[in-house]
Every structure is written in C-alpha cells, then in structure tokens.
Design a protein around this ligand. Structure first.
Ligand code: ZN
Ligand code: ZN
Length: 182
C-alpha cells in the first residue's frame, strides 16, 4: 500500500466516528483485522491493500483524493458517572494509560465518564468499544481481555519507539492533562 497522507487517515477516522462505527465493526465490514484499521487511522496503512483502503473510504463516504479539512477540536470530558464496561480503543487517547511490560506496550483504559449510554469517548471523541476486538467477549477491567488475553488497545506507535521512555513521558502528560481539566 502506497503512503497515505495523515490528513486522509484522520479523515477516515473522523468519518467512522461520525457514523458511530467502532474500528471492529468497520474491520468486519471490510474483512480485515481491527488492528489494521487502528494502524491505518494512525497513518500506517501498510497492513492493508489498496483495494481495502478504497473499500473503507467508500463505506465511510470519504473521497480517496483527500481534500484538506480543519482539525477536529478536542472535546472536553463529560461529567463523571460510574464505571461501565466500555473503553476507548485509541492508543493516543488520554484515557489509555500506557505501561511498558517486558518490552511490550500495554494500555490500561481508564473508566469512561460517558458511562450512561455514551457512545463516544469523553476524552477524544472516539467511538467506544464494548467488546474485545479479538474474541468479542464483553469488556472487563484491565489492559487485556480476560477471555482471550489479547490487548484491548492496539499499539500504533512506530516500531522503533522506545516503549519505556514513551510510556513514562505519556503518563506524565496524562497526569498534567488531568490536573488541567479537573
Ligand atoms: Zn478516547
Ligand atoms: Zn478477547
């Protein structure tokens, strides 16, 4: 798959959210893995064929020739509610706290403020996931699925990233961000 502009990839992600589709349901419709959609949306389309990208674009009603569009504003978090069995599948979302475990990067999703029937992440606007992207089991606490052990959030960082350093920096950023909004 040829290089795609990051603007185009973001546009696909935004169009999917506006349709209220999860990455898994889009993956199912196209016949690829949820992780491939996740990678595509972060600007890494290598796992997908040109044909698959074209299919995704047409499903989402996005023109393949990406016109420029203004960046979507970050939404403020909604008022707190009790924890619900949902999580944000976006690795870049401040609701997902990263930890480097044995060279692997794992993301620990924090409870979503939009618990009561909320469809979108209260932090970044991503469509919330209610089931494991690997086995479809209901979402439980923790970084990995209790049924199949798969990671809930796909690591979309470039392979050369120093996971320990990135996770430590990211946790500091999340703490600072929380201090700003609360
Ligand atoms: Zn999010
Ligand atoms: Zn699972």
């Amino acid at each position: 798959m040829a290089q795609l502009s990051i603007t185009f990839c973001r546009q696909l992600a935004r169009a999917r959210r506006e349709k209220g589709m999860t990455q898994s349901s889009l993956a199912q419709a196209v016949g690829c893995k949820q992780s491939a959609i996740s990678m595509l949306e972060s600007g890494q389309p290598e796992k997908l064929s040109q044909e698959a990208v074209a299919k995704i674009a047409s499903l989402l009603g996005v023109a393949l020739e990406a016109p420029s569009s203004p960046p979507s504003a970050l939404r403020p978090p909604s008022p707190a509610a009790g924890p619900a069995p949902v999580y944000c599948p976006d690795a870049a979302c401040p609701s997902n706290v990263p930890y480097a475990v044995g060279g692997e990067l794992l993301f620990w999703p924090r409870p979503q403020p939009a618990a009561a029937g909320g469809k979108h992440c209260g932090y970044c606007g991503e469509v919330l996931e209610r089931q494991c992207p690997h086995c479809g089991a209901a979402v439980t606490e923790g970084a990995c699925c209790h049924t199949c052990g798969g990671a809930k959030v796909t690591n979309t960082l470039p392979p050369e990233t120093d996971h320990e350093a990135w996770a430590a920096r990211r946790r500091r950023e999340i703490a600072e961000w929380k201090a700003l909004v609360t």
